[in-house]
Every structure is written in C-alpha cells, then in structure tokens.
Design a binder for this molecule. Structure first.
Ligand code: ADP
Ligand code: ZN
Length: 216
C-alpha cells in the first residue's frame, strides 16, 4: 500500500494541490477536514462531536479522527494521499501502525512551506463549493461566474472557520500541534519541501513525479 501526505498550515494549499494530484495520478484522496464537514452536514454522531472543535479552529480529538480514517482505508485499496491528516504526533504514529498492518508505509511527505501573510490572504479569500467541495479564491482562483462553481454549478460559500478571528487560532494550533511532524518525517527521510507560493501546475507536476518513485 502506497501513501503520500500533504503537510502544511491551513491555507498552504493542500486541498487545491490535492485536486490536481488526484486528476494526474491514481491516489485516493483522504481529506479528514472534508470528511468531518460531510459528517457535520449529515448530522452523524462524529459530525456532532467535531462541530464545536472545528468552529473554534481547534483540532478534533485523535480518537474521532482515527475512527474516520480507519473506516476509509480498505484492504483492497492501494495508494492514498492524505490531506490534513495526520495533524498530531499521535495521529502520525497511529498512521504508521495502520499502514504497516497493510504492508505499507509513508512513502513521501510533501511540506507546503508558506509565510504567514500568504496563508492569511489565502484563507480570507477562500470560497468552497457547497455541492462538490471544489476550492476557489476570490482573487487568485476566481470562478467564471461569481459565487458559482465552474465544475458543477453549485453555490460557493465561505467556511465558518475562515473568519479572521478563527484563522489566527488555526495558525497557532498548527504551529503548536502539527509543525512537530516536520521533524518526525525528516527523521524518517521522507520529507520534501514544496514552496507554497509556486505555480500550482508546477507543484502538482513535481509532486506527481516524486511520488511515482516509491520512496525509501
Ligand atoms: P485547513 O487545513 O484549511 O485548516 P481542513 O479542512 O483540513 O482545513 O480542517 C478543518 C478543521 O477540521 C480543522 O481546523 C480541525 O478542526 C478539523 N480537522 C481536520 N483534520 C483533522 C485532523 N487530522 N485532526 C484533528 N482535527 C482535524
Ligand atoms: Zn462544485
């Protein structure tokens, strides 16, 4: 089982890159944030448990996240791209164990490096399709028609946690709880840095090419 991870602060562009990588490879996209928002919309127990944490920009408890991920990793599948997961050391260790149980490991971790100013402008301008989850930006990636998804015609909206007050907390949470994963994966020799300010098309091509190599 192959596995790559997109690591980076909120706003670094994990979701947009993931869309491009998905189109150019056979990786199955596992985005815990998207899964949580879907659970919330459906009003499942997981969704209800996650809601308050997400609104505040805090992390949802590891156990909740792990239940979601474990249910998603089928035995028959081969090749996962994790986006927004893992976000804590405990999650990273559990993922290593889960992959090992399926005869796999983390092959590559792509760290999207970005300055805080870039993250802020991306997050405040971000709009998401309510129907298909496609991601836009009012300035950088505008839809052809304002407020309407190019892909499916769905309505674009601003996520509740993309309000400025919550954004600052999410960036702090990233520094405190998720940034330690950089050293964790550096030690494993699987970390590659990607400049988040780079042209999206170039980054997608570079990641797809690097991921085609099985890693060490
Ligand atoms: P972003 O990377 O822009 O913050 P996500 O969609 O990945 O957006 O995550 C949105 C929210 O969902 C997070 O702020 C957090 O509350 C929750 N979340 C998503 N993934 C995880 C995870 N792996 N562990 C804990 N909480 C998570
Ligand atoms: Zn759409």
């Amino acid at each position: 089982m192959r596995a790559i991870i997109l690591l980076g602060a909120p706003g670094a562009g994990k979701g947009t890159l993931a869309d491009g990588i998905k189109a150019a490879s056979r990786f199955q996209h596992v985005a815990t944030g998207d899964m949580l928002r879907a659970a919330l919309k459906q009003g499942t127990p997981v969704g209800r448990e996650a809601e308050a944490f997400m609104k505040r920009g805090e992390l949802v408890p590891d156990e909740v996240i792990f239940k979601l991920v474990e249910a998603r990793i089928g035995a028959g599948d081969d090749g996962f791209m994790f986006d927004g997961f893992p976000r804590t050391l405990a999650q990273a260790e559990r993922l290593d164990a889960l992959l090992a149980a399926h005869g796999g490991k983390v092959d590559h971790v792509f760290l999207l490096d970005a300055k805080r100013a870039l993250l802020l402008s991306r997050l405040t301008g971000r709009r998401v399709c309510r129907a298909c989850g496609a991601v836009y930006h009012v300035v950088n990636i505008p839809p052809r028609r304002a407020g309407v998804c190019d892909a499916c015609g769905g309505e674009l909206y601003q996520r509740a946690d993309d309000q400025e007050a919550t954004i600052a907390n999410r960036l702090d949470v990233y520094e405190r709880q998720t940034a330690p994963l950089i050293a964790y994966y550096e030690r494993q020799g699987v970390l590659t840095r990607v400049d988040a300010a780079r042209e999206r098309r170039e980054s997608v091509a570079a990641i797809v090419a690097a991921a085609a190599d099985r890693g060490r």
